[in-house]
Write a protein that binds this ligand. Structure first.
Ligand code: ADP
Ligand code: ZN
Length: 610
């Protein structure tokens, strides 16, 4: 008898219950319908197509642009006993032929294909003879020119709809802003599909943003206090800074590796491979690093320079803690970043409209940096979600920032936006507030309105800071599709009527750095409270490492840290108990229970693999 989706979840994947919208998406696809799934990184997108592919007849076709990610996903699936293969440019002709034969025979559950490979005419011909259970288009935002991951081949993926009119198609992404979403639906012809949007919150990630002075010593302190022995990523803006930072971290005694697009291809690939397979590497990188990094146990992501916008920040920090365990996102920002990014935007050859949008997105990011509110609330609001209470797991929740009463300033700003017709951006509105005699203001007659010149108590820079924060709070909304001016946000009525007090963060830039850095001796981080559990956890990791080395696969494809943590705490004493751990399905039970049980009972020293 066919296994139900729930049984597949329990028996093959070893998980007790579905997360979030997984079961709804799975039922929908199993019924044969199309869907667009928006979930954050780590939200559990893969099961949304893997389970229907196992349930339905035929092979599940997964299109992914990320070769490294495909390889790891397929390895993880093989570890679970699922018949999965990749088909991309890294395969030899002979290997590719073999996979194609399996496809035709129907002896695969899932095949991961790069878009280039898929679109080759010969392959499409071959594919048309195969039976597909579903088509999953991963990283679907690559179809949109809005994001920075645009892939022209994605535009051609709608051929699949014509070739397989009766096969359900599922597009998945963690990038969810409005224009991108519309592009996906339109270009992949998903109009009739259902939209599944889950919360973008990543509760296990703790956000912290500090000012940039003394950023190196702040970074060192942060890593020493929280992440000795962990895997992490440190993002820098330039190649030279990547090199210098990696060298410096190595001198400070860390296992750091550089990664940027200017490096020799082999060297870069070797560093990436090391990062994936080992457990305590700090990757110092430009944003060239990360697309397709599916490593679940990245414990921290730091930015030594400001990312381009909130989308990038969220995507980059989202690489931390995919496994759901506690992780940190840490950012240092300063004014110098700002001028660098603005120059970058201005000198790019994007259209003027596009530039304006980039500029506003940057302002929203600064609003996040300057907010006195819970960072998570600000982040989620930017993505159109709301979180009722402050999260308690970000720096501003844990150590409230200095703020000033900006109720009157906010009223002035909002009414000036309103009185000028809700179509101008910050520069213009600030000029009006400051009573500038620019020709444009006079031409529009805005020197005659009541808000002209009423904001002289603040400087231009202070006003900019206020505007950024108002945007971050959605009291002002940047019109992304029109000319990029501000509109009043829906929640502004209370402030305008004087019913709501507004506290804004004091300008950060003048603050002095905290110079005191305790010179601490590096001691390994402890994950579990109980010493004996911690020791066992480390033994289990060592055992997993030995098994992984033997098979030449990343350790996390064998078990995630979360499974090892549960193992160390629950100490299963029998195969049955072992099978009850989250992440242990039938195949892994058969393959690994015996040797891990021996490590738990102390019968086998951890480093000898079975
Ligand atoms: P995404 O592709 O959305 O980034 P993944 O599919 O990689 O996320 O899943 C993220 C993590 O959550 C993985 O470690 C995965 O094993 C785990 N996971 C997914 N679904 C479940 C579930 N139902 N129960 C427990 N863990 C799950
Ligand atoms: Zn918070």
């Amino acid at each position: 008898m066919r296994k139900s989706p729930k049984e597949i979840l329990n028996n093959i994947f070893g998980f007790d219950s579905f997360l979030g919208l997984q079961d709804e998406v799975i039922d929908h696809v199993i019924a044969g319908d199309d869907a667009l799934v928006l979930m954050p990184t780590g939200g559990g997108k893969s099961l949304c197509y893997q389970i229907p592919a196992l349930y339905r007849d035929g092979v599940g076709l997964v299109i992914s642009p990320l070769i490294a990610l495909m390889r790891d996903q397929v390895e993880s699936l093989n570890q679970l006993g699922v018949r999965a293969s990749v088909l991309n440019s890294t395969l030899s002709r002979l290997e590719a032929k073999e996979v194609e034969q399996k496809l035709l025979k129907g002896s695969l559950d899932l095949v991961y294909v790069s878009p280039e490979r898929l679109l080759a005419e010969a392959f499409l011909n071959h594919l048309s003879k195969c039976k597909l259970s579903l088509i999953a288009i991963d990283e679907a935002h690559c179809v949109s020119r809005w994001g920075h991951d645009f892939r022209p081949e994605y535009l051609k993926l709608n051929v699949l709809k014509n070739l397989f009119p009766n096969t359900p198609r599922l597009a998945l992404t963690a990038t969810a802003d409005g224009p991108t979403r519309r592009d996906i639906i339109e270009r992949l012809e998903l109009k009739d599909g259902r939209l599944f949007v889950s919360s973008f919150d990543r509760p296990n990630i703790k956000y912290a943003i500090v000012s940039k002075d003394e950023s190196k010593s702040k970074l060192l302190k942060f890593i020493e206090e929280n992440h000795i022995g962990d895997s992490g990523i440190v993002y820098c803006i330039s190649r030279s800074k990547v090199e210098a930072t990696a060298e410096w971290l190595i001198k400070e005694g860390f296992n750091a590796l550089p990664y940027h697009a200017g490096m020799d291809k082999n060297h870069r690939a070797a560093n990436q491979d090391k990062f994936l397979k080992e457990e305590n590497i700090i990757m110092v990188a430009t944003i060239a690093f990360g697309m397709g990094i599916d490593k679940p146990d990245v414990r921290f992501v730091c930015h030594l320079d400001l990312p381009k916008n909130i989308e990038s920040y969220y995507q980059e920090t989202g690489r931390a803690g995919r496994d759901g365990l506690k992780s940190n996102a840490w950012l240092a920002y300063g004014l110098e970043d700002l001028s660098k990014i603005i120059n970058f935007i201005v000198s790019s050859n994007a259209s003027e409209d596009q530039k304006r949008i980039e500029r506003q997105k940057l302002d929203a990011l600064l609003g996040l940096c300057e907010t006195t509110r819970c960072r998570r609330q600000v982040l989620l609001e930017y993505f159109g979600e709301s979180l009722k209470d402050p999260c308690g797991n970000c720096d501003t929740c844990l150590e409230p920032a200095k703020s000033f009463d900006a109720t009157v300033a906010t009223q002035k700003a909002l009414s000036c936006v309103y009185k000028t017709g809700e179509r101008f951006g910050a520069v213009y509105i600030i000029d009006v507030l400051l009573g500038s005699d620019s020709a444009r203001i006079i031409q529009f007659g805005h020197d005659k309105i009541s808000t002209y010149g009423i904001g002289k108590e603040y400087s231009k820079n202070q006003w900019r800071s206020i505007f950024r924060q108002l945007v971050a709070r959605n009291l002002l909304v940047v019109d992304m599709e029109g000319h990029g001016g501000y509109r009043l946000g829906e929640n502004c009525k209370g402030v305008l009527r004087g019913e709501e007090k507004i506290l804004l963060r004091e300008d950060q830039f003048s603050k002095k750095a905290d110079r005191s850095r305790d010179k601490k001796i590096k001691k390994p981080k402890v994950t579990l409270d109980n010493d004996a559990d911690e020791a066992l956890f480390q033994d289990l990791r060592a055992h997993r490492r030995a098994l992984a080395d033997e098979q030449k696969v990343p350790p996390f494809t064998i078990f995630h840290d979360s499974t090892l943590l549960e193992m160390a705490q629950k100490r299963p004493a029998s195969t049955v108990e072992f099978g009850g751990l989250s992440g242990v399905g039938e195949a892994k039970l058969k393959r690994y229970a015996a040797s891990f049980l021996k490590v738990i009972s102390g019968e086998q020293p951890p480093c000898e693999s079975s």
